[in-house]
Structures are given as C-alpha cells and as structure tokens.
Design a binder for this molecule. Structure first.
Ligand SMILES: [Ca+2]
Length: 440
C-alpha cells in the first residue's frame, strides 16, 4: 500500500457568517485555536477533506474501508496483552467524503448531553440544572428549569437527556441527574414534559434511583437509551471511592450497573435477576466502573456501552443480560498511583472481556451509532465523545468486533462530552468548554 494519507484543512471563512446570530464575545472560553480554524464573531467553520483512496471498481466506502496504521502511537501504561487480536490499537481509517465541522455556539455552560428534537432543533443539558433549546442558527434559549436540586459538584449535575419514543404526542423528556439530599447523592432517572411555550420542564418526577445515597461527587455514570420495546437502559457508576468500588460486583445495590426499567421506572419483566432474592430486580449487567455512554446498534439491536477505566483500560463493552463485566477484579488499566488493580488480572473465568479497550485512555463519554448515509462511510459507525483524548472516536464495527478507528476533530483541543446523530444526517457534539458542533 503506497497510498499516502494526506489531510487537507480548508479554511472557509467567508460565507458562513449567519447574520441572524447574536454577536457574542467568545474569546474568554476558547483555548488557543489552531491555525487551521478561523474564528468569526460567533462561530467557526472548519472544512476537512481528504484525498480519496483509489479503489478497485465495484467497491464502496461502506463495505471495504481502506486500512491505515493505528491511530494510537503513544506508549501504553501497562504491558498487558490483549485477550484477542483487534481488542486494542486496531487499524486506522480516514473519512474520505468531505465534511464540515461548524461551531453553532460556544455559549453553553458545562453542557453534558445533546439530543435532537423532531424539528431538528437540539436540547442540551447544562450540569448546573437546566436545559437549553438550540436553534439550527446556534441561537440559545434561556435556561429552562423545573428540576429537583442536583449535586453539580465535580462529576454530578443534570446529566443525560433523551426523548420519549412518543415525544411528538407527550413532549416527555427523560433525564439522569445526581439527586442532592441531606443523606448524600445518587444517580436518578427523571422525566418531565417540555411545556408548550418551552419555558419550563413540567411535572418532573424521579422514576428510579441508583441506591444507596452516598456523599461524594464522582462516578455517577450516566446515560439512557430506549430499546425497541420502549424500555430504558440506564448506566451508573461505582462512585469511585475504594469503599464503594466493590459494590460493582454486588447485586444488592445499583452502583456500577446497567439497569433495564420500563418507561415508568419498574423492572423489566424478563430481567436476569428478577427472581433472585438478594438482587435488585432492575439490574441487567454488573461489574462496571463508570459508564457515560450507551448506544444500540441500528441493525442488530445489540447494546454497547463505553466505560471509563482507571489509568489505561477504557472499554467498549457489548452488554448481555446477567453478565459480569469484571470491575474491579479485572481491568486493562492500573491505579492512578501506578499500582496494579486487584493483583493485575485482565482475564477471569465468568467475567466478560471488553470488545475493545484504550490505553492510554480516551475517557469515553456519550456515544451514538450513525444509521444514515449522508457521509457514506460513516453508516453504522459508532462515534464516541472523548474527554481526556480530546477527539471524537469513530469505530468501524463488523460482527461486533472493532476493525478500524478514526479520530475526528482532534485539532480542536476540546473535551468532547456527548454526540448525537440527527435524522438529517448531521452529527452533533458538545464539549465541556461549552461548544456545540454540527458535523457533516
Ligand atoms: Ca470490564
């Protein structure tokens, strides 16, 4: 293969000023920008193209990606060996269809989740405890409240948001949040109705709680997704402390779990532990550390999660009912101090291997499949927002194995927190620094 991958960044400054946008000063939050981007008063446009690899006639982008050297070139934190070929550091891949990454707004305050409304506008949570509606122009609504008190210290706050499957009729939104009480905090699932005038989320009720309450501000998870039957998968975290970490292995609590509940917060009838006396009936899988991403494969219906590892050892897992995903017994990472975790095991009988892992870490948060063909080679790829690694990872998945990985927007130096695919074929992404990108 002599094909040389050349990345060309075309700066298109003129023509993207939307006169309808409010003129705002965004210099205060923007880190130093690369020379390949141009900042306007409100937004930026970066146009990225690559030269199209020569393909033999009859092949398409979607069936035969051109494989490149792995995107990861840094040394790992450990000398652990993967359990199977392709479990880490797979081949690279490059998007060849030209696309734009446009900053719609940079005025969000600690956004945590983005979801697409039926009319193409976006709903975004802000950690302090409100949502915003974002127009396609980038114009923001006022903060929209109605929520119970949230513990927004550190990793807590108002976290995920998704639409009810019957949103067009009900206007119901589902949320996760770190509920704040005198006993401490926990991850809760809430729902409420976006009022007709979009001024408040009405009648917010908590429908499920990841018990027990605990007074810290770490590892709340949490993401939501509806399955095809209209039930919810909810992800949690093990609250980080050495005292709570082992809870991930015990079924009498909701830390470090994927749970499966109805839209009203009740256990789903065929859950794996529903008849086990000492187990919470909502539990679907266990042995997780801190799960900030979940997505359902558009073709197979398989449930994937992203999972924050310690130092090294971030994971992509394929979730199956009743399975143990190993934390804190097995891990491809080590303690932040450099010590091994639980004796340095990466494999153990009865514990599931990750489909894929990262070392050094991605710090994976929200993720989505892209079931569209606007960017043909993206169809059915998985996109994962990377915090620590400051890019969006695109994974090409075949038969539930990762076969190629790409890094998107790695020049932006943003902590990517969540991604969403829109029915019009755009990918949206939010960053901790307050940006909302439209990509496509
Ligand atoms: Ca694991």
């Amino acid at each position: 293969m002599t094909m040389k991958f050349i990345k060309i960044l075309l700066v298109l400054a003129a023509g993207f000023l939307l006169t309808s946008c409010n003129v705002t000063d965004n210099t205060s939050f923007a880190p130093s920008l690369s020379t390949t981007t141009v900042e306007t008063t409100h937004e930026q446009t970066v146009s990225q193209t690559t030269d199209a690899p020569t393909e033999s006639s009859g092949t398409t982008h979607t069936t035969e990606p051109v494989l490149l050297p792995p995107v990861e070139t840094e040394p790992p934190n450990t000398d652990y060996e993967p359990a199977f070929a392709g479990q880490t550091r797979v081949a690279g891949v490059a998007t060849t269809t030209p696309y734009e990454a446009k900053i719609l707004t940079a005025e969000l305050t600690s956004p945590w989740a983005v979801a697409v409304l039926p009319d193409g506008r976006l709903v975004v949570t802000e950690k302090s405890g409100n949502i915003r509606i974002v127009e396609s122009s980038g114009e923001l609504s006022q903060p929209i409240g109605g929520f119970p008190p949230v513990d927004d210290r550190s990793q807590g706050g108002l976290l995920d948001v998704i639409l009810s499957p019957d949103y067009n009729d009900s206007r119901l939104l589902y949320f996760t949040l770190a509920e704040k009480t005198a006993e401490g905090s926990l991850t809760a699932v809430a729902r409420g109705r976006l009022s007709d005038d979009e001024s408040i989320v009405e009648a917010v009720e908590i429908i499920w709680r990841a018990i027990p309450y605990y007074d810290n501000s770490m590892h709340f998870g949490s993401r939501l997704v509806f399955d095809q039957a209209g039930n919810l998968f909810v992800t949690t975290g093990e609250r980080s402390d050495l005292a709570t970490r082992p809870f991930a292995q015990y079924l009498d609590n909701a830390y470090g779990k994927v749970v499966h509940i109805t839209a009203d917060g009740e256990p789903v009838a065929d859950n794996p532990f529903i008849n086990q006396d000492d187990a919470l009936p909502e539990i679907y899988s266990f042995g997780h550390r801190n799960v900030q991403g979940i997505a359902i494969h558009p073709l197979s219906g398989d449930v994937f999660i992203s999972e924050m590892g310690p130092r090294g050892g971030d994971e992509l897992n394929l979730i199956q009912a009743g399975k143990n995903y190993g934390w804190p017994i097995i891990s491809y990472g080590i303690e932040y101090s450099g010590q091994p975790i639980s004796g340095g095991l990466t494999v153990k009988e009865g514990m599931e291997q990750p489909v894929y892992y990262w070392d050094p870490v991605l710090a994976p948060s929200g993720m989505t499949f892209y079931p569209y063909d606007k960017i043909p080679e993206w169809e059915n790829s998985l996109f994962i927002a990377g915090l620590r690694a400051q890019h969006i990872a695109r994974l090409v998945i075949d038969d539930n194995r990762v076969i190629a990985e790409e890094r998107l927007l790695s020049d932006e130096t943003q902590r990517f927190r969540d991604v969403a695919a829109s029915h019009d074929g755009y990918l949206y992404a939010i960053t901790d620094q307050g940006r909302l990108y439209r990509i496509g």
